[in-house]
Ligand binder design. Structure first.
Ligand code: PRT
Ligand code: MG
Length: 215
C-alpha cells in the first residue's frame, strides 16, 4: 500500500480544502480544531493528513514530510518553492497583499518626495521586490504577527500584509494604499513523490482540478 500524506494548516485552508478532498472521495475523520492529533486519518486507509503551521506546509512538502500540500501563494513566494511542483491554483483562501498606512500618513507625498520608508512585514521577499520595482527606498522590519500594530506604535510608516475584507485595517485606523498582488492557495507536490507515487497523486490532482470553483 502506498501511503499518501497531505499537509494542511488549520483554519481557512483546511476548511476550504475539504470540498476538494470530497471530490477525490476523501473524508478527514477528525476535526483539527478539537483533535490534539497532528496526523489525522481519512476514510481512505492510504491517505492521511498532517496538520502543520501554514508557513511550514511548503517545507514539509519540499523535504518529503508530506507528498502534497495546500498553501497560500504568499507563503509559497516567501518559501521560494524549491523542490515543489505547483500544478493547480485552487482558487481558495483568496485575499490580496497590500501596502497600508495610518490614515493620517501621506503615503503619496512620502513616495514622491523620495523619503526612506520604514515598512514592517512578514512578507519581506514580496515587499523588497515590490518597492525595488517602484524605486522606493525601504527599511524592512521583519515581523511574525500583528503587522497592524507597527504603524500605530510609530515603529513603521507602512505595512505589507494580507487583506481580505479590510475590516482589520479599518478597526486599526489604517488604510490600504496599494494592492501588490492577488493571493489564492495552490496545490504543491513533492517532485520525487510525483514520480514514485504517480498514480494515486494523479488521481487526487485530477479530482481537485475538476472541483475548482471558477469565479
Ligand atoms: O495565523 P498563523 O500565524 O498561525 O498563520 P498564518 O496567518 O500564516 O495562517 P492562516 O491560516 O491565518 O492563513 C493561511 C493562508 O490563508 C495565508 O497564507 C493566505 O494565503 C490565506 N488568507 C486568506 C489569509 C487571509 N485570507 C486573511 N485575511 N491569511 C490571513 N488573513 C489575515 C490577515 O493577515 C489580516 O490579519 O486576516 C486579517 C485581515 O483580514 P480582513 O478580512 O480583516 O481584511
Ligand atoms: Mg493568521
Amino acid at each position: 500500500m502506498t501511503m499518501i500524506t497531505l499537509a494542511l494548516s488549520k483554519g481557512r485552508i483546511f476548511d476550504e480544502t475539504m470540498p476538494l478532498l470530497a471530490a477525490a472521495g476523501i473524508k478527514v475523520l477528525e476535526d483539527p480544531e478539537t483533535s490534539r492529533k497532528l496526523i489525522l486519518p481519512t476514510n481512505q486507509p492510504d491517505v492521511r493528513v498532517v496538520m502543520v503551521r501554514a508557513t511550514d506546509v511548503p517545507t514539509y512538502v519540499q523535504y518529503g514530510g508530506a507528498d502534497i500540500g495546500v498553501t497560500g501563494k504568499d507563503t509559497l513566494i516567501e518559501h521560494g518553492g524549491q523542490g515543489l511542483f505547483r500544478p493547480l491554483d485552487l482558487n481558495i483562501a483568496k485575499c490580496r497583499v497590500s501596502v497600508a498606512v495610518r490614515n493620517d500618513f501621506d503615503y503619496e507625498h512620502a513616495v514622491t518626495q523620495g523619503s526612506r520608508l520604514k515598512v514592517a512585514t512578514k512578507y519581506t521577499h514580496i515587499a523588497r521586490e515590490f518597492f525595488a520595482t517602484k524605486g522606493v527606498h525601504v527599511d524592512l522590519i521583519k515581523l511574525y504577527g500583528s503587522m497592524e500594530l507597527a504603524p500605530l506604535t510609530g515603529m513603521a510608516d507602512a505595512i505589507v500584509d494580507l487583506v481580505s475584507t479590510g475590516n482589520t485595517l479599518k478597526a486599526n485606523n489604517l488604510v490600504e494604499v496599494e494592492r501588490i498582488m492577488d493571493i489564492s492557495s495552490h496545490l504543491v507536490v513533492n517532485q520525487a513523490a510525483l514520480k514514485l507515487k504517480q498514480e494515486p497523486l494523479r488521481h487526487i490532482i485530477d479530482a481537485f482540478a475538476s472541483a475548482i470553483r471558477k469565479d
